[in-house]
Ligand binder design. Structure first.
Ligand SMILES: Nc1ncnc2c1ncn2[C@@H]1O[C@H](COP(=O)(O)OP(=O)(O)OP(=O)(O)O)[C@@H](O)[C@H]1O
Length: 384
């Protein structure tokens, strides 16, 4: 798939901008702060309804305005669809496809699929488990858009259950009403176990699907620079054994919730469930050799290679599902040494559409020298 036309209204720094795009490689070049990332961020937002840079929608809307609109014509298998999202911070966003409103905005997710590489990706490797959970969940939703609803349900269950745990803990410490709070807790335990098991089962399956692609991607990105193999293991918040069916995981979650109940009441938060899991990334010689976790052990270069490999693996997996996602390389080449830069460019050059942002022309690798836009002073001008 590729985006053939992008149009923004009051999105980030742009009052109005229209850009006609082509398949193949396109680079947006301009000095810092001119709005290059804002362009590709808009396409990524259409794909996932969230941004790789901010957790809330407010910064996406141009200062002193209250609504942003992102519209893109997306060509897939020769057919064009116009996707549009209205971003209304503090109110419900709205989405349209070919001008028809979608009943739920999140039905837009996955209609255009993107994989973004950005300097922030280092956090995937060096950051908190939440970064890696988000990586897995974003990929799950792109592959199976229905899971956006499951993810939202889980967040809602967690919020409600956490607030109940606080109330029940307070009741236990003498505030009264303990029995009713505890019986309501049972109801929320079963919701958490049911929805949590679905997410857990999906993540476990995803990690299995991703694993072979990660190994290959790391070997290619780190070619020559590292003898080690990249591996990853899903680390749940409770013992799961060999049974990975949803029913067994639901049961396992209920048992773990019962075991941790005292702790949860003491601390007033949910301590069991996929929101406490991690994806442990490691490097090692393979076979019986010792593997070391990347976080805390790997060098800066190895960490970068690992982060790139994770994104590449996601891209390869989505591609193997049968649809070429749009690749976005936001400011990454300046971060890489010449060898890694060349390797990455070579790996992605065959993608149906690659959008690159760079501060100077020299940062765009030869292999990705396709269409070029100059971005300056709010104008996006084609220069080739
Ligand atoms: N909501 C907003 N309203 C108005 N301007 C905004 C908004 N959000 C960001 N900007 C402006 O957009 C500019 C940043 O744009 P962007 O991140 O696309 O830069 P860039 O060209 O990618 O730069 P760099 O090369 O430094 O990454 C900044 O000047 C910032 O002030």
């Amino acid at each position: 798939m590729y985006v053939s036309h992008l149009s923004l209204h009051d999105f980030r720094s742009y009052a109005d901008v229209d850009v006609v795009l082509e398949p193949g490689a396109t680079a947006f070049v301009g000095r810092n702060g001119q709005g290059k990332t804002n362009l590709v961020e808009a396409i990524d937002y259409l794909s996932r309804l969230s941004s790789h840079r901010v957790a809330t929608d407010a910064p996406l809307v141009r200062a002193d305005t209250d609504q942003a609109v992102v519209r893109a014509a997306v060509v897939k298998d020769g057919r064009t669809a116009v996707l549009e999202v209205e971003i209304n911070p503090g109110r419900a966003n709205r989405a349209r496809v070919n001008k028809s409103p979608l009943p739920k905005t999140r039905d837009l997710v996955g209609l255009v699929r993107t994989v973004v590489f950005s300097p922030e990706d280092l956090a995937l490797v060096k950051g908190d488990p939440a970064e890696r959970r988000r990586f897995l969940d974003d990929l799950l939703v792109l592959r199976t858009p229905r899971l956006a609803g499951v993810r939202a349900d889980y967040e809602r269950v967690l919020r409600q259950r956490n607030s109940l745990l606080k109330t029940a803990g307070h009741a236990r410490r003498g505030g009264g009403g303990q029995e009713s709070a505890l019986s309501t807790l049972e109801v929320w335990n079963s919701h958490l176990a049911r929805v949590g098991a679905e997410i857990l089962a999906e993540r476990l399956a995803l990690v299995e699907d991703l694993r072979p692609y990660l190994g290959n991607a790391y070997a290619t990105v780190a070619r020559g620079a590292s003898q080690d193999d990249a591996a990853m293991d899903y680390k749940p918040s409770f013992e799961i054994g060999d049974e990975r069916e949803r029913a067994a995981l639901t049961e396992g979650l209920l048992v773990a919730l019962a075991e941790r109940r005292q702790d949860e009441l003491d601390r007033g938060i949910s301590l069991v469930g996929p929101h406490r899991d991690d994806l442990v990334l490691s490097l090692g010689p393979g076979g019986e050799g010792a593997r070391l976790p990347v976080r805390g052990y790997a060098s800066h270069g190895e960490s970068w290679s690992y982060a790139l490999a994770l994104r590449l693996a996601a891209y390869d997996l989505l591609r193997a599902d049968g649809d070429d996602p749009i690749l976005i390389l936001d400011d990454v080449f300046a971060e890489l040494d010449a060898e890694r830069r060349g390797q990455l460019a070579e790996l992605v050059a065959g993608a149906e559409q690659v959008l690159v942002t760079a501060a100077v022309d020299d940062d765009v690798p030869e292999k990705l020298a396709g269409v070029r836009f100059r971005v300056a002073g709010g104008e996006v001008t084609r220069v080739d």
